[in-house]
Design a binder for this molecule. Structure first.
Ligand SMILES: C[S@@+](CC[C@H](N)C(=O)[O-])C[C@H]1O[C@@H](n2cnc3c(N)ncnc32)[C@H](O)[C@@H]1O
Ligand SMILES: *[C@@H]1O[C@H](CO)[C@@H](O)[C@H](O)[C@H]1NC(C)=O
Ligand SMILES: *[C@@H]1O[C@H](CO)[C@@H](O)[C@H](O)[C@H]1NC(C)=O
Length: 258
């Protein structure tokens, strides 16, 4: 990329309070293909996309601890995996709108969206936070504590499919209000099916990266892209939900259980 060092860009990002993705900073696609070159992820605005900057300047209402967590996450080499902040805010508004109390996050990473959800649910609400990598999550945990909501977060370090099965076995079908699916892409359909059982009528399943940086137009033989394409076709045809595909971040599908 241009003559800027990564550190100088990160410092500039921190100073502006507007963030850039590592994917863009490093000028390459990173692990899990999360990058923001074609789609709309806000922290991909290293070149300062003026309209995206305008959107953030005129809509982002970020809790101060969330801002700190976002800035800390940008120091991590995998930070391109972080959810777009304006997308997290949209989902928090949906959580409030449907008065969600029990929610699930599949794929926590440093927990930016986990914290957003924990702040949006009531005092007696719970976030079941699923990940297999405690190292990532540990980056975010001090911020959950600082925001005073760590008691609302139930962290499950094991394959998410196991956690969802345990919830079903414990009789928790139809007892969740909102789920965010943002982990391994090949298992999207599996997670979606289990979550349809776990959420109540009127509950929402949000699925991230449905545009996969535009690769859905040219999937080739890439197994992750092919599973996203197949998954998108499935949800479009699924009569069990109403749905919308939203061009925020890397694309998020919202499925509303009928
Ligand atoms: C894109 S990141 C999640 C970003 C996060 N939602 C946020 O708001 O910043 C994907 C995460 O899924 C986790 N993951 C990958 N495979 C998994 C699995 N089988 N079960 C649970 N988590 C998994 C990875 O460790 C990684 O932290
Ligand atoms: C998909 O889920 C299965 C069942 O938990 C797990 O064994 C597998 O590792 C997951 N795939 C990926 C790519 O994480
Ligand atoms: C939602 O789905 C139901 C059942 O298929 C359908 O009757 C209704 O028109 C849908 N609503 C929207 C807004 O698409």
């Amino acid at each position: 990329m241009s003559g800027f060092s990564k550190d100088a860009l990160l410092a500039a990002a921190a100073a502006l309070g507007v963030t850039f993705t590592a994917g863009l900073l490093l000028g390459r696609k990173c692990f899990m293909h999360e990058s923001s070159l074609k789609t709309f992820k806000s922290h991909g605005g290293a070149k300062g996309d003026p309209l995206m900057d305008y959107v953030l300047q005129n809509s982002l209402r970020e809790h101060p601890v969330l801002k700190k967590l976002r800035q800390r996450t940008l120091e991590d080499p995998m930070s391109a995996m972080m959810v777009a902040c304006e997308q997290a805010q949209l989902m928090a508004n949906l959580i409030k709108l449907i008065k969600a109390k029990n929610v699930i996050e599949i794929g926590v990473y440093t927990g930016y969206n986990t914290l957003t959800m924990a702040l949006a649910i009531p005092a007696d609400g719970k976030v079941i936070a699923c990940d297999i990598n405690l190292g990532f999550v540990k980056i975010g945990m001090p911020f959950w504590k600082e925001a005073g909501v760590e008691h609302k977060i139930d962290l499950q370090i094991q394959p998410a499919a196991d956690t969802l099965d345990e919830l079903l076995e414990a009789g928790k079908a139809k007892s969740f209000d909102f789920v965010f699916i943002d982990a391994d892409k090949q298992n999207y359909s599996l997670y979606y099916e289990k979550c349809l059982q776990l959420i109540r009528k009127g509950g929402i399943i949000a699925i991230d990266n449905v545009l996969w940086d535009g690769l859905v137009l040219n999937p080739g033989n890439d197994p992750e892209t092919l599973s996203i394409v197949k998954f998108n076709e499935k949800v479009y045809r699924d009569s069990r939900v109403n749905m919308s595909m939203i061009t925020v971040g890397d694309g998020v599908t919202l499925a509303f259980k009928l």
